[in-house]
Design a protein around this ligand. Structure first.
Ligand code: ZN
Length: 416
């Protein structure tokens, strides 16, 4: 590789380069061309020949971030749903807002979604895991530089024909052009999805083994109570919205144990939230090879509590990071979410938190060969984050809160 002639390539030097798969390199450089990374090196190593050298100065180059859980279609609710002391009152407000919505593709909804995608991009996000009931985000994402897996989310606590419901949903999915946006399936949560529907979703995904699957799991204490005893705020909500199924029996186990018993969890499952997961649950998820997606700011906003992030990492489970939607987070800035994660789990090394926001998110979305780390052949979706001159602990700096104005994309950078 070194010494090879690479016309039209650029070699970017930075105060720090974070390959993620290896330790940060002070004064490191990365050569890109044709949208790909060609080579990576330390300060003293020679660049490829015939490359244009650009010194970006006091910046850290790192891979674009991966937001593994959001709901772009709820972006129009930004600032309208107040924080709640417990989860079900928050859910009731979102349900009311959705019922008041006459057209899921109304101009204001599409505009809010496009703004959200632009804001996410400007704050350094390369890829999104987007939960969608209406699929209106497909077009907006396909017209953006963002990569995405759109999880077509299904609900039904008493479906007459679970398999028919899944088949109709899959038939209704448009086929986006190109590989930047892919469509998969998600089950909403154990209190809104009947066992037969979980099984039907799982069966439908057997034909698409390369794609991840998502589910909200172990989010609120109400969910734990409902699955243990069949009682509480969730039971009352299901009654109130006419969705209660008198045939359903509480399994009497934890949310994780319940979905494991249904065979819903495997290596490609994104378990979103996990706030109520016990140590035994987390060890089981680690054994299965699933990914926990932490959304710490949303968890506080919706009143479900602080996620046990230190226990996540101690268990060995793969941890990814998500902002959740603008109905429960102030913005889609994943650097701000990373700072919240760091605050919740100060004992977890910054390097591991950064890995969650990059490599582990990319792997969870099935994009690990393209994104999440800097190495030859991978996509050159790289960030240049402005850092103070003389920064020594660059990882600690990056998990302590980065503002969008300090973030730029390397391929758009000009020499400073
Ligand atoms: Zn969510």
């Amino acid at each position: 590789m070194l010494g090879r002639s690479v016309p039209q390539s650029k070699s970017w030097r930075a105060a720090w380069l974070l390959p993620i798969a290896a330790a940060p390199i002070r004064g490191g450089w990365v050569t890109t061309g044709g949208g790909r990374v060609i080579a990576v090196g330390t300060a003293g190593e020679p660049r490829p020949r015939e490359t244009t050298e650009i010194d970006l100065g006091d910046v850290a180059i790192l891979p674009g971030l991966v937001n593994a859980h959001t709901h772009l279609e709820l972006s129009y609710l930004r600032g309208t749903i107040p924080p709640q002391p417990s989860f079900v009152p928050w859910v009731r407000q979102v349900i009311a807002a959705q019922r008041a919505r006459t057209d899921p593709a109304a101009p204001a909804i599409l505009a809010a979604m496009r703004t959200a995608i632009g804001d996410a991009r400007r704050s350094g996000t390369a890829a999104l895991g987007d939960i969608s009931n209406t699929l209106v985000s497909i077009e907006a994402l396909a017209g953006s530089p963002m990569r995405a897996v759109i999880f077509h989310e299904l609900l039904g606590f008493r479906p007459d024909d679970a398999r028919g419901l899944v088949a109709a949903a899959v038939d209704a999915e448009p086929r986006p052009d190109g590989a930047r946006v892919q469509i998969s399936l998600a089950a909403h949560a154990p209190y809104s999805v009947a066992p037969a529907l979980f099984e039907a979703i799982r069966d439908a995904m057997r034909n698409r083994p390369e794609l991840p699957i998502s589910v909200h799991l172990a989010e609120s204490p109400d969910e734990v109570e409902f699955l243990r005893d069949g009682t509480g705020a969730w039971r009352r909500l299901l009654d109130d919205v006419g969705a209660w199924n008198p045939e359903w029996r509480a399994p009497g186990v934890s949310p994780v144990a319940y979905l494991a018993s249904l065979g819903f969890l495997d290596r490609r499952t994104l378990v979103v939230h996990g706030v109520q997961a016990t140590r035994a649950d987390l060890l089981e998820l680690a054994r299965i090879g699933a990914t926990v997606v932490a959304c710490p700011r949303s968890n506080v906003y919706t009143g479900v509590g602080r996620p046990p992030v230190e226990a996540f990492y101690a268990s060995g489970v793969r941890v990814a990071l998500g902002t959740d939607s603008l109905a429960s987070a102030p913005d889609l800035n994943l650097f701000a979410e990373l700072a919240a994660l760091h605050q919740v789990a100060p004992s977890v090394p910054a390097a591991r938190l950064l890995e969650s926001a990059t490599r582990h998110g990319a792997e969870a979305l099935g994009l690990g060969d393209e994104l999440g780390s800097i190495g030859p052949g991978r996509a050159a979706d790289l960030l240049a984050v402005r850092i103070p001159p003389g920064t020594v602990d660059v990882e600690e700096y990056l998990v302590s809160g980065v503002e969008p104005e300090d973030v730029s994309w390397v391929h758009e950078s000009i020499q400073r």
